[in-house]
Design a protein around this ligand. Structure first.
Ligand code: NAD
Length: 492
């Protein structure tokens, strides 16, 4: 997957040098060392990948599902055997801690396991005698060649929200990983190759906007899965749809958590600290706004400020580190700019993580945990996705007001509530306008056998990643209405 310090594309069963004229360096966000160069593949290379995938599809779709999943069983074993190696790659190119990288890979493997159930999951339905002697069947068939375009923050897990289901359902799959973190998926595709998967069934094309546009426009590509920021998700969804493709596009987030006065404060603080600062806040399910109700404010603010200030920040491969770097210097300066903006909008910077000195990694892209207090719910800091370790505190007097703040946001990826009241929990679950809900849970990440939901500006499409939605997305429904009159059976 790497030749002379340059990442290769995987096309028609072989690793090939890209003909790209432009390359980007992939950096370790903590040490800032350059790890490898990634090509920005051009339109013609995407065409070659799509053509090869389309040829491969003719026999892959005829391969029995039981045989298709036999590759996934081998793939799962290889992922387990190389689990720590891949987790280390994630930390090196993405900046999160090794513990977080391992957790990411655990969720990735879970999707492979669930997709192994495809012989049951992709079954159709039928009804006999819709009219006398006439039967009707619904059969699921693969869609064809499908592609996924993925973000930097979960370079191992997000592509595997899609790949195992796409293959198991009989599709050929093209992955375009993030150009910021492309190494992990390269290594994962190397492992897939070891399973003996036929050429063209999986392809990897490195690149940026030009490669994405080529995927969106290619007539042989039938479906697009996208995960990334909201403006790009909206763009990908529109362009894919204009070209007649199926599309599922997951966007950005601004996730609120409500803390009621009856919550177990120690547990709540521990969980919200991890939800806000885990993966340095670069999770689409990161808690970004904490809305305290009534007297919950004082204890919660004090405890979370202590937890934020004492979180150990450093290189994710070093022992005892609880929070790693953010992805790029631009990302760091954007986060610091938004903290400054919050202050200028009237918020109090209770814990200030700007310009930290991280011993041994002075040039790394670090921002320490930051807490802003007395944030106005209408201010920009309360509404914009920061994608960094920054938690804004808002205080209101009732649960109704808190839910109103949740529902006023443009995003709808996740919303959480901390309480010991069943009635409050039920009210929140019923009224909160978000796709993933946590009750006394801070990162409500659906298991692989549930769809990964997301509403409003966090999702464009109707079928989500994972679980039964993935099977719906990666199959076409064919309806057969049959009549076989008895009198035609002349031979017996
Ligand atoms: P991004 O939107 O910058 O990039 C995502 C992908 O789109 C990459 O593969 C990139 O090459 C491509 N891309 C970027 N700009 C493009 C353009 N102008 N035209 C065509 N393609 C383009 O996102 P990111 O910074 O890599 O990831 C972080 C974002 O992803 C955050 O907003 C986060 O909330 C979101 N995210 C969402 C989920 C979810 O489940 N909803 C999960 C993970 C991340």
């Amino acid at each position: 997957m790497i030749q002379d310090g340059q990442l290769l594309n995987f096309v028609n069963g072989t690793w090939q040098r890209s003909a790209a004229g432009e390359f980007l360096d992939v950096h370790n966000p903590a040490t800032t060392e350059t790890i490898v160069r990634v090509p920005l593949s051009e339109r013609a290379e995407v065409d070659a990948v799509a053509q090869a995938a389309s040829v491969a599809w003719e026999s892959w779709r005829r391969t029995p599902p039981t045989e298709r999943i036999s590759y996934l069983f081998k793939f799962r074993s290889l992922l387990e055997a190389h689990f720590d190696e891949i987790a280390r790659l994630i930390t090196q190119e993405c900046g999160k801690t090794l513990t977080e990288a391992r957790a990411e890979m655990r969720r990735a493997v879970e999707n492979v396991e669930v997709a192994c159930g495809i012989p049951m999951m992709m079954q159709g339905t039928n009804v006999e005698d819709i009219a006398s002697g006439i039967d009707e069947l619904m059969i699921r068939q693969p869609v064809g060649v499908v592609a996924a375009i993925t973000p930097f923050n979960f370079p191992g897990m997000v592509p595997l929200w899609f790949l195992p289901y796409a293959l198991a359902c009989g599709n050929c799959f093209i992955i375009k990983p993030s150009e910021k973190t492309p190494i992990t998926m390269g290594r994962i595709v190397e492992l897939l190759v070891e399973t003996g998967l036929p050429s063209g069934v999986v392809s990897l094309v490195n690149g940026g906007k030009e490669a994405v546009d080529a995927l969106l426009d290619h007539p042989l590509i039938r479906a697009i899965s996208f995960v990334g920021s909201t403006p790009v998700a909206r763009y990908v969804y529109s362009r894919a749809a204009a070209n007649g493709k199926r599309a599922q596009c997951q966007g950005g987030a601004k996730n609120p958590v409500i803390v009621l006065p009856d919550a177990d404060m120690d547990m709540t603080t521990r969980i919200v600290t991890d939800a806000a600062f885990g993966c340095a806040g670069q999770r689409c399910l990161a808690a970004s706004v904490a809305i305290t109700v009534g007297e919950a404010r004082n204890v919660f603010a004090e405890q979370i400020a202590d937890a934020a200030a004492s979180r150990k920040v450093g290189y994710g491969l070093d022992d005892g580190i609880e929070m790693g770097a953010v992805i790029t210097p631009q990302s760091r300066s954007n986060i610091e700019m938004l903290i400054g903006k919050g202050a200028s909008e009237g918020a109090e910077v209770m814990v200030d993580g700007r310009n930290p000195a991280i011993a041994g990694y002075e040039h790394g892209n670090f921002v320490r945990p930051t807490i802003l207090q007395n944030v106005d719910p209408r201010s920009e800091i309360a509404r914009t996705e920061i994608f960094g370790p920054v938690l804004s505190l808002i205080n209101v007097q009732t649960i109704e007001e808190a839910i109103a703040v949740v529902n006023a946001g443009a995003y709808g990826n996740m919303a959480c509530l901390f309480t010991s009241s069943g009635a409050a929990a039920r009210q929140f679950r019923y009224e909160a306008r978000a796709g993933n809900i946590g009750i006394n849970v801070g990162v409500a990440a659906p298991m692989a056998f549930f769809p990964f939901s997301g509403w409003k500006d966090s999702f464009f499409g109707d079928l989500h990643a994972q679980g039964s939605d993935a099977v719906e997305f990666y199959t076409e429904k064919k309806i057969v209405v049959e009549r076989w009159p008895k009198e035609w059976s002349r031979h017996f």
